[in-house]
Design a protein around this ligand. Sequence first.
Ligand SMILES: C[S@@+](CC[C@H](N)C(=O)[O-])C[C@H]1O[C@@H](n2cnc3c(N)ncnc32)[C@H](O)[C@@H]1O
Length: 471
Amino acid sequence: MSRNRKAGTVTILPNLSIIDIAEEGKGVAKADELVVFVDKAVPGDIVDVKIVKKKKNFAEAVIETLHTASDMRTDPFCEHFGTCGGCKWQHMQYDAQLHFKQKNVEAALQRLAKVDTSSMEPILGSAENKYYRNKLEYTFSNKRWLNAQDMTDREDLEMNALGFHVPLRFDKILDIQHCYLQAEPSNKLRNEVRAYALKNELSFYDLRNHEGSLRNLIIRTSSTGEVMVVVVFAYAEPAQVNGLMEHLKVSFPEITSLLYILNQKKNDTIFDQDVITYAGRDYIFEEMNGLKFKIGAKSFYQTNSLQAHELYKITKEFAGFKGDELVYDLYTGAGTIANFIAGSVKQVIGVEYVPTAIEDAKFNSELNGIENTVFYAGDMKDILTTDFIAAHGKPDVVITDPPRAGMHTDVVERLLEMEAEKIVYVSCNAATQARDLALLKEKYEVSRIKPVDMFPHTQHVENVVLLNLIK
Ligand SMILES: C[S@@+](CC[C@H](N)C(=O)[O-])C[C@H]1O[C@@H](n2cnc3c(N)ncnc32)[C@H](O)[C@@H]1O
């Protein structure tokens, strides 16, 4: 039984056993009727915790004292662990991460859609669990996040930083020395850009007052060995832009595509901005399964390329194509799934609301000599109408891969009207997937479920579900 010890206004709950992991990735403990979500706790830990937020039925807490460490713990490999918002599960062994991802998907499907998960297939782990991302976006700031050590030696403190946002702090940036998410030359590039900017007194952006020159650095790498670098300035003298870009061009001959953007808006999205090519091409190539994909600065491509290939293979296997199918690929992005399966079906119709992604999808079909794909840009609920279905034909198979929010109810309605034999539902959020499955139950039964880990050391997980039309 837990006891409350009040130390001033701080509430400490002693000797809690961590019994589970919640969907958001925190450890779960119970103190009488109160459910406590404990940051960086692992099932099997016994801990004293400090409450940081208290609601009627639950509380959020941090570890005050770790009395017994779970067998599932391991030493985090990154010096930035604990402050950086990424890779929050590094302190848990990879097998345990996979176990809890599988369990969380299963729990969501059972609880929210009453799906029978007894034949759920085991999660597919990522072959690479370091340096697995093909894209990183860093932020410049003149307000570096200071750790306790920095606070003690405040003399000559460098306040400029190039790195990642500290969770819940839009203006504070953790200066990253080494990131384990993207392979070289990613780390060398980021550190060189920072060193050049400091040496040449280019100003780092002030995210609060919207002043300063350097805003973002985007690095994309591909399985073909090509590299794209995009430097985003708020403003800069042409000599300063040319100075930095020329330095990168000379120092990193491996850069295939060297680009910059002048973004004077308050927000840092680049989708409505002109991209200027300083050197090389304005795109790089990615390759998958013998297909080439063109990736521009604004293109969407799954960030873990190797595991995306596995995800698509599972999607295709679940669909079990015979060769004569009409397939709808909903939320097609840059048409990667559509192009990946095109050789195995009669025709694919891809729908997606980002127009530039649809341009990429069409370009990629052409590039690979694929002639049986058609793509449409627009909001799914507006495009996928009864008239659209009448004009294009009822699909035999639907592949749907919506964003985290899942599908709009109008889209689910259309799926129920279309009565495709099979729906393969790929999702990055098991809770919204389960919500949609509960609606699809009216006409479909779930016959296969397989989670896929695209993001090691995070709580995120992809899940593929096959639905069969009930006859
Ligand atoms: C998870 S991504 C899937 C991308 C693609 N299937 C792939 O594997 O590369 C979801 C896609 O849905 C698109 N999207 C989000 N909301 C949409 C909507 N309301 N209508 C159409 N597309 C939408 C996003 O732009 C994004 O490309």
